[in-house]
Ligand binder design. Structure first.
Ligand code: FAD
Length: 504
């Protein structure tokens, strides 16, 4: 029998945040019964109800929740943080949660930027960062099977040092994000033009469903024709359909050869056209990024440029062939010092400036979207214009970060500061106006409202419009796989009436 669980101090839902209130649309607390804790203790699974653990697990890198944290405010406290170490433990926890109808929100690196780990107050935060049961490599077929709790540096150092292999997945949040989080959010690494996004790398998954049953999707085979691809049902599901406990990926030999270059295009639109031509001539250069003049100046300290930075790696013949295409397509552009690429490589994961601006009260965020080449130049102009039109904006800019045969990802940054007439709630009002403006423009051009950050709570209000009639298919899948609605409620825009009506 566990000692009686008295949260310290009593769990409370901080209802002061308009944006969150609207998104969660509840002001009730889950009350976890003592019996649940007793049974969890009998299973020998570690959990924590201390205030610090609860507060830490209440937020990720969603800029609004970072701002709340600056003011020592917590969006919603979970009732308990549970730390499984294996698939079996995840399964046992879910069986219990299913029986007692307690919502479960997976939390991994908590580097997500969309509020994906913010849970229903009083419910379970399932910390997956200790799930590290398996790390096995098939050197012959070049595959890696790895548990969900491994962080980026752990994956790459083991692969590179012990096997001379690489997954090729290097998101900017590499140090602070996990395998499970990458899959749950459809992550993209900085070398994705060559290695693909995470969804392109996965061969099979192990998933724990809401009732605790364990399933496997996919096989070791490189491709299949065995019905719809169920891997892709769970990739991007952000913990709403199941917990991804393990995955098998294809991996690559470590590259032996690298080449770099930098250019400046006459305009952002001209730079986009150059990138399009390079990629459409099948030169899948690992890094091919284009910055508008605002971001060129900010990142590279060069005025009036639209900088393209290039880095490719792999077999010398292939890299040189890609570079032949690159140099032909860039022949009319100004050639810049390739040291710019070194600077970018060195500083690419440094986001220390973010904290500085947040502390100063600047409302700042990034929005990554994707669209086809035909619409990208127009979309860029319209988004920047519409962001600048929102009162308070001091910056609106973008870069192209991931390029494909038919289109690319544009990564916008906006920042605003409150003026005299802004009122107390400047940040949340300003923030939502900016997001609405960008989402509407992306919809207009039939683009994707997220390229790799996912939906979480922040984009949940745009999901129905984005998926149109097919949103009901997603709702159907949700109710089939999670009939009690306990898995990460409210994310992906999925309303979960059942779970709310169960609350006291
Ligand atoms: C500075 C910075 C830079 C970033 N750069 C990039 C980038 O370059 N590319 C990119 O793709 N993203 C980037 N991100 C966003 C973020 O790192 C990714 O979304 C990442 O994939 C999240 O992984 P995580 O382990 O931190 O997951 P978390 O933030 O803990 O969780 C994210 C979501 O997935 C769910 N989840 C987590 N693990 C599981 C699991 N095993 N099973 C089911 N659901 C799960 C959670 O409930 C939540 O909804 C960046 C973030 C920051 C702060």
């Amino acid at each position: 029998m566990t000692p009686k669980i008295e949260p310290d101090p009593p769990v409370e839902f901080s209802v002061g945040y308009e944006d969150l209130k609207q998104r969660l649309n509840i002001n009730k607390n889950v009350i976890i019964p003592q019996e649940f804790y007793d049974r969890l203790s009998d299973l020998g699974i570690r959990f924590d109800i201390k205030l610090q653990a609860l507060a830490e697990h209440s937020r990720d890198w969603w800029p609004l929740s970072l701002q709340w944290a600056q003011k020592a405010m917590v969006p919603t406290f979970p009732g308990v943080v549970i730390y499984p170490t294996s698939t079996n433990e995840i399964s046992k926890i879910l069986k219990l949660a299913y029986e007692y109808v307690i919502p479960v929100t997976p939390a991994a690196g908590r580097s997500g930027v969309s509020g994906g780990v913010i849970c229903i107050p009083g419910s379970i935060s399932l910390d997956l960062t200790n799930v590290k049961e398996e790390f096995s490599v098939n050197e012959d077929s070049k595959t890696l099977t790895v548990s969900c709790g491994y962080f980026g540096p752990e994956v790459e150092s083991k692969l590179q040092e012990d096997f001379a292999l690489t997954l090729g997945h290097f998101p900017q949040s590499f140090d602070i994000s996990t395998v499970g989080g990458w899959l749950a959010c459809r992550s993209a690494g900085q070398l994705s033009n060559k290695y693909g996004k995470i969804e392109d790398m996965v061969l099979s998954l192990e998933v724990v469903l809401s009732d605790g049953s364990i399933i496997k999707t996919g096989t070791n085979a490189p491709k299949s024709a065995v019905g719809p691809d169920l891997n892709q049902l769970f990739v991007g599901s952000e913990g709403t359909l199941g917990i991804i406990s393990k995955a098998t990926f294809r991996v690559h030999s470590l590259p032996k050869y690298k080449r770099k270059a930098a250019f400046s295009a006459q305009s952002f639109a001209n730079g986009l056209k150059v990138c399009q031509n390079i990629i459409q001539r099948e030169a899948n250069i690992a890094v091919l990024r284009l910055y508008d003049s605002v971001e060129s100046e900010r990142n590279f300290k060069l005025k009036d440029k639209n900088i393209i930075i290039v880095m490719d790696e792999g077999e010398r013949f292939l890299v040189d062939a890609n570079f032949s295409i690159l140099l032909e397509e860039c022949k009319d552009l100004e050639v810049l010092d390739e040291k710019l690429v070194d600077d970018w490589l060195e500083n690419r994961n440094d986001v220390s400036g973010l904290g500085h601006f947040t502390k100063m009260g600047v409302c700042l965020d990034t929005i990554e979207i994707s669209s086809d080449w035909t619409s990208l130049p127009l979309l860029y102009d319209e988004v920047v214009t519409s962001l600048k039109a929102v009162e308070g904006t001091v910056n609106a800019s973008a870069h192209q970060s991931h390029a494909y045969m038919s289109g690319a990802c544009l990564y916008f940054t906006f920042a605003g500061i409150s003026g005299e007439n802004s009122g107390e709630n400047f940040n949340e009002t300003y923030y939502r106006l900016c997001w609405d403006a960008v989402m509407q423009t992306v919809e207009k051009y039939n683009g994707a409202i997220s390229h790799h950050h996912g939906i979480g709570l922040n984009r949940s209000g745009y999901m129905k419009t984005a998926l149109k009639e097919s949103f009901s298919v997603l709702e159907g899948i949700k109710s089939q796989l999670d009939p009690k609605g306990i898995l990460n409620p409210f994310k992906l825009g999925l309303k979960v009436e059942e779970i709310i009506s169960e609350l006291p």
